[in-house]
Design a protein around this ligand. Structure first.
Ligand SMILES: *Cc1c(COP(=O)(O)O)cnc(C)c1O
Length: 425
């Protein structure tokens, strides 16, 4: 167990001595696309200009199968006609009102999203990190006002290897040195335990614990799937201890894993869902906290908000996304396609792949590190028309849009096979 408020920054400063990222000149990308950008990303050398469905096209007209789907923000594909139509129609009506007034799109969006999640209430925000921050504030307020925790004492249990976003509070409870170093002082009030270890989680709970914050599958950590009984045990332990369970489904939710939420796949209902990414249909940032009135209802007017949160354009697109998910079709398609992708990638075990793991249309592939880095494999795949992203050294993740075809997925597997054969030659 790591108490994050007591971690000294010098314990986690490797990022400071890391070599600078190679300049993009070396990769052949026209500096016009990069030179005035801060260096907080190290993109693959592909300059995308168009997208349709599961495919994108670069400025030179080359086509790529998008197997990242903007970290699952593009679950429904690029330019989904229904979502684009919803956005277009709303662009012509009104796009921003602020929450100082009601708008005619937000109520229906909240009602249908709440129904999709089986909850009462929706707190609309924009980015995923804002949903996480909002969930933390709600849990603390619930702790003080409902549970009766003494002022300033609230604690939240988080998991090692978590990724919940990039704000100063959120990186305070990350244990990724790159995300943390040099950004302190850190926000106190978080305790971290090993992911997948329900006993450690139970041991970390004190009378001051207000919530357990967990990703049902850790996406950024490399699509890490916990033991099947982990979330059910976390649910029963938190319920017994009068502690909220907050599921960060920002990446795992909304169809990706073959269900509306990954929590559904393990039969768990959290107190709060944190949603983002695909909720905006790949068009606008839309995030939300979804929960019942006995928890989300603790917020009072003036205590929390966002200028853009719940704007009519976001609500119109979000409503179209929710209606698509309410049919169950994207979830079913993710299950079917996921089986095809998983079998294909699994067939490469022993040919340069060490193992695969995942759920639905979301597969993490560990490449034999003696062959190449994940980054190198991603560069070679890009050269063969497949865009994927590495994470943590030698893991690459496949999360194509749910509108991909089986043929597309076989293409992706064939290209990975060819890259690995080349590297082994
Ligand atoms: C991407 C992500 C976030 C942060 O979302 P942003 O929109 O980038 O702020 C939070 N949690 C999880 C699990 C994510 O994958």
């Amino acid at each position: 167990m790591t108490r994050h408020d007591t971690l000294h920054p010098t314990e986690v400063v490797d990022a400071r001595t890391a070599p600078a990222a190679p300049s993009d000149d070396a990769t052949g990308v026209d500096p016009a696309y990069t030179e005035h950008l801060a260096h907080n990303y190290h993109p693959l050398p592909v300059v995308v200009s168009h997208g349709e469905g599961a495919w994108v096209t670069d400025v030179d007209g080359r086509r790529y199968l998008d197997c990242l789907a903007a970290y699952s923000a593009v679950n429904f594909g690029h330019g989904h006609p229904v979502l684009v139509a919803a956005a277009r129609e709303q662009l012509d009506r009104i796009t921003l009102t602020s929450r100082a007034f009601h708008n005619d799109r937000l109520g229906p969006f909240a009602a249908e999203l709440a129904a999709l999640a089986g909850k009462d209430m929706v707190l609309p925000m924009n980015t995923g990190a804002e949903a996480v921050e909002s969930g933390i504030k709600v849990a603390r307020a619930w702790g003080y006002r409902v549970k009766g925790v003494a002022p300033e004492r609230a604690e939240i249990v988080v998991m090692d290897g978590n990724f919940h976003g990039r704000t100063t509070t959120i990186i305070s409870f990350s244990n990724d040195p790159e995300a943390r170093a040099d950004f302190g002082p850190y926000t106190p009030g978080f305790v971290s335990v090993p992911y997948g270890d329900a006993d450690a989680m139970a041991a970390a709970i004190t009378p001051d614990t207000v919530a357990v914050l967990v990703e049902p599958i850790q996406g950024e950590a490399g699509i890490v799937v916990p033991p099947a009984d982990f979330l059910p045990r976390v649910r029963s332990i938190t319920r017994d201890a009068n502690v909220l369970l907050i599921a960060d489904e920002i990446q795992s939710g909304l169809g990706r894993t073959g269900a509306t939420f990954q929590c559904d796949n393990v039969g768990v209902v959290p107190d709060l869902y944190l949603l983002g990414k695909a909720l905006g249909g790949g068009i606008v940032p839309v995030s939300a906290v979804v929960g019942d009135a006995d928890v989300l209802g603790v917020l009072r007017p003036g205590e929390h908000g966002s200028t853009f949160g719940g704007n009519p354009l976001a609500a119109a697109v979000g409503l179209a996304v929710v209606r698509m998910l309410a049919t169950g079709e994207p979830q079913a398609r993710a299950r079917e396609l996921g089986a095809v992708l998983r079998v294909g990638l699994e067939s490469l075990v022993g040919r340069g792949v060490l193992r695969t793991r995942g759920a639905g249309l979301w597969v993490g592939v560990d490449i034999d590190p003696s062959l190449a880095t994940g980054r190198r494999v991603c560069e070679l795949l890009a050269g063969r028309g497949v865009l994927v992203k590495d994470t943590h050294g030698s893991t690459i993740r496949f999360a194509p849009p749910i509108v991909a075809t089986e043929h597309d997925l076989r293409f992706a597997v064939d290209q990975l096979a060819a890259v690995l054969d080349e590297l082994r030659a």
